[in-house]
Every structure is written in C-alpha cells, then in structure tokens.
Design a protein around this ligand. Sequence first.
Ligand SMILES: [Zn+2]
Ligand SMILES: [Zn+2]
Ligand SMILES: [Zn+2]
Length: 278
Amino acid sequence: MKFRFIGTGASEGYPATFCGCEGCRKAKQLGGKNLRRRASAVIDDHILLDFGPDLYTANFTDLVDLPSVTDIVFTHSHVDHLYEKELFNLFEPMGVENPNLPIRIYGNETVISQIRDYMTIFRKRSLEKIAEVMTLITIQPFESFQVGNLTFTALLANHAGPNEDAYIYEIVSDGKSMLYGTDTGLLPEETKDYLTDHPLDVYIFDATSGKVPCPYKEHMGYPEIAQTLEEIRVVGRDGVRIYGTHFVHSWYEMHDDLIKSGAPYGIIPAYDGMSFEL
Ligand SMILES: [Zn+2]
Ligand SMILES: [Zn+2]
Ligand SMILES: [Zn+2]
C-alpha cells in the first residue's frame, strides 16, 4: 500500500490565511516543505482521507488526481477536513466522464448528514440524484469496514466533542497496519485500549503544536504524542515509524526546526507530498 500526505497543516493552513506572523512570513519566503495545505492524504492514488478546501488546488499537482478517486474516508466535519461544497462538483455538468461514480463516502453521522443536507437543502438534489454520484456510508465508533483491499477501523478521537464522534483510523493492508491519527488530543481510554491490543507498524499523529506542550485539549504536540506512545506501549518496539502532521504556524517552527525538535522523540514531521510504502 502506498500512502501519501497531501496536506500537513492545521485548520488555517501554514502560512495561515490572514496571518502576518514571523512563522507565516518565513514559510512563504522559504517555500517548499514549509508550505502546508490543510490535512489530508491519499492511499494507492485513489482512496482519500478527508477532503478539505485545498484538494481543488492539490489536483493541479502530482499529489492527487481527483477523477481517479473512488473512496473518501472522513475523520470529522471541521472545515479543514470536510469541504462539502466542493463535492457538489461531482454532479453534471461540472463533472462528466468520471468512470468512478458513484464514489463511496464514509464518515460519522455528522459528516454524512452535513453532506446530504448540503446537497438536498441548499442544492435541491434528490436522494436518487445524489446516489448517482456518491454512496453515503455512516460508520459507527469501533466499526471495521472494507475499502478495496484495506480494512479500516474507526477509533474514537478526543476531538470535535461533545456533539460529534471524530475518528482516527486503523488501516490494515496485507498484514501491515497503520494509524491515521489526526485530529485528536490525548486519546480516550477505549481507543488507548484498542491500540495497546493492536500493535501497528506506522503511527501518524496530530502534532499541531510541534515541540510545545499543546495548549489545546483537542490536539497534540510532540510531548503528547510521546506520552501516548508510552501509554499504548509503542516505546521500545523495533521497526515502528512515527509521523507528525497537522502543524500550526503559532510557534514559528519551519520544517527543519520540526525535524530537529521531533528527533529526540523519534517523531518524523510529515510534509505535503511525503510518501511511504506500508
Ligand atoms: Zn484539522
Ligand atoms: Zn502566522
Ligand atoms: Zn478538527
């Protein structure tokens, strides 16, 4: 399985939309790995993890080819992860000659109803018309489901509460396994128990605040990732890879700084376009 990060920034992006801070100015000036789209990823070039507002311009690049997408698995409904207005372009005449329709869309109840409500209430499409372009599939906490050859399990995140069950996902492919763990704060007990019982090969975690202890309880920084790895007994296991994503501009860390501050924890900061084989 081939995994690629499309976006590795926090909700306002990096540089942030209207921000004139030193971090954002430096990121713009240096460019490259310091520019971070809103968080998303693609597996095997056709399974998307989240669809935020930057997917449209990502389609200009070799990060992703949107007409090739067959499935979108959503973590939660925040706008940096779910930009349902753009999904309207699946309908004709905006989208034609797409061989993959209807694409399958998986998410919690909030995500699925937000997409359905937008298409029916604001765009006046019937459920029959919607079904021609997308199949909406509600996933319950700790439910496992197949996406092609992959088995996803939705684990509860500590995020977007109390009215929404945000998910992080265990993804298993051919005996190899990984966690896509953005967005979340320190994990709920039942998720920690699950991850303690299921040792994985790769862990991707919310690293919003980078080297700084995270002041937001629904996100993490490197110190909280390290605490979590200790709690789910990853520390000391051989051959495990740990990536951080969803970086915010607030502490001015450039990509090279994030590499240096992550090294003592064994955490590799992801960047847009970074990929690995599982
Ligand atoms: Zn986010
Ligand atoms: Zn800034
Ligand atoms: Zn979020």
